[in-house]
Design a protein around this ligand. Structure first.
Ligand code: ATP
Ligand code: MG
Length: 431
């Protein structure tokens, strides 16, 4: 029998096909058994009529347990009640491996139990949907950036120094060369590479020893860093907006089943695909104070503030031009107001929080050195980086998009730990 993917059954009505997968659910009613089979591509109902199969097949059906691996053969038919759903009318059923006492049952399990069984929990419908959405977001990012003439160029994970502040570094002993650190971002390397290829991005794991136990922080997460020569602040925001809107459209088009499983509000997603709002940091603080926040000028926005600011917004919101004191040395100051830098954070709708952070970079070597000094950085460590400003420096900008943050938002997931196959947080290293 030809092996078929559950997802494609609708194209083969009346054909007899085989599905290789796992038994997700079983319910019997006298001489009829209703099975639900999943095969990775999706789920399909399968109906076994005792009269229509051999005694041996019926015994196998009776013996099969949740999550046993199985081979199921049957005729494809339109489901009698559910439009657009197809079922198998089973003629043959074999158990490949019988599962004993699968730990995740229909009863409610606490999050710690589920995380301890993450290797099995991944099989559940909700987790399946999130994994597939994650793949779709990745694909959409790659697609859009290539359309915009970026190439992918991956950056090292072992690095000699910090990019995003020294308090969240993971040290690693590195042979005779002393301490290396796991990368927090590939940005500085991309800034060097744009002088070769113009526009480039990396997409890989980054590491931050975040002590914060929030629903939005992992210690290992996947970031897409993009960097482009001859792009200034406004165009930088345009590229980011184009990217995020492309992700929305791609998921709406390719992930209808996944979004339906997540019970995601599609209207909200569709409405987010419109020009984004822009506030300066100063405007944002004023607005937040009006909305009852006690945040002061010069402070970073917390989760609650991000929520307040986007509560009634149908589209994501850029907060741009932050005070230079709370931003890293490489961000370019606004010549019209040197107290602020040309940066922006992008805050998603519906409590999604910050999904992208970016800036125009300072391209003048003397200003950069002065900023490094005032931040107490060791210039010798950055000589290679300063070379990028010594040999044909150009205006340029870039941004970093946190994959799991975007997936959390698009999938409407409560906690970021569900948005990566095997999460690493301050309290979790297993499985
Ligand atoms: P936050 O203020 O939320 O901690 P950040 O300002 O430290 O974020 P950036 O350094 O600008 O973030 O990193 C770029 C992007 O990476 C963020 O916009 C976010 O999408 C993502 N990100 C940052 N830290 C984490 C983390 N610990 N876990 C998951 N994603 C993260
Ligand atoms: Mg952070």
């Amino acid at each position: 029998m030809p092996q078929m993917l559950a997802r494609n059954l609708g194209r083969h009505i009346n054909a007899t096909v085989t599905i290789l997968g796992w038994l997700y659910n079983k319910r019997s009613s006298g001489p009829i058994a209703f099975l639900e089979i999943r095969d990775g591509s999706g789920w399909t109902p399968a109906v076994v009529n005792k009269e229509a199969v051999t005694a041996e097949v019926w015994r196998s059906v009776e013996a099969a347990t949740q999550e046993s691996s199985v081979s199921v053969t049957g005729k494809v038919a339109q489901h009698p009640k559910r439009e657009g759903v197809y079922e198998l009318q089973v003629t043959d059923f074999q158990i490949l491996q019988l599962a004993h006492d699968y730990p995740i049952t229909k009863k409610e399990h606490g999050p710690e139990f589920l995380m301890d069984h993450r290797h099995l929990w991944l099989r559940s419908r909700q987790q399946w949907a999130i994994l597939r959405l994650r793949d779709a977001v990745t694909t959409a990012v790659n697609e859009y950036l290539h359309q915009q003439n970026f190439i992918r160029l991956d950056t090292p994970i072992f690095t000699p120094n910090a990019c995003e502040g020294t308090t969240t570094l993971f040290p690693v002993e590195y042979f005779d060369l002393g301490t290396a650190y796991l990368a927090q971002s590939g940005q500085l390397y991309l800034e060097a590479a744009i002088a070769s290829v113009g526009r480039c991005y990396d997409f890989g794991p980054v590491f931050r020893a975040e002590k914060s136990k929030t629903k939005r922080h992992l210690t290992e997460f996947w970031m897409m860093d993009a960097e482009a020569a001859f792009v200034e602040h406004d165009e930088n925001l345009k590229i980011q907006e184009g990217l995020v809107r492309h992700i929305i459209r791609y998921c709406l088009e390719h992930c209808q089943e996944e979004l339906a499983i997540r019970e995601r509000n599609l209207d909200n997603l569709r409405q987010a695909d419109a020009p984004f709002t822009r506030y300066t940091y100063k405007q944002a603080i004023k607005k937040l104070n009006e909305l009852g926040s006690d945040i002061k000028y010069g402070e970073d926005l917390g989760n609650d503030d991000e929520g307040r600011l986007t509560k009634n917004s149908a589209v994501p919101v850029f907060i741009e031009k932050w005070p230079k004191e709370i931003k890293p040395f490489y961000m370019k100051r606004d010549p019209n107001n040197p107290d602020v830098v040309f940066n922006a954070d992008l805050i998603a709708t519906e409590g999604g929080g910050e999904i992208v952070g970016g800036s125009q970079r300072e391209e003048r070597v003397d200003v950069l050195i002065e900023r490094m000094k005032s931040e107490g950085l060791n210039q010798a460590d950055y000589e290679w980086y300063l070379d990028t400003r010594r040999f044909g420096s150009v205006p340029h900008s870039g941004f970093g998009l946190g994959l799991e943050r975007v997936v959390r938002w698009i999938a409407g997931a409560e906690h970021i730990r569900e948005c990566i196959p095997f999460p690493r947080t301050i309290g979790r290293l297993r499985p």
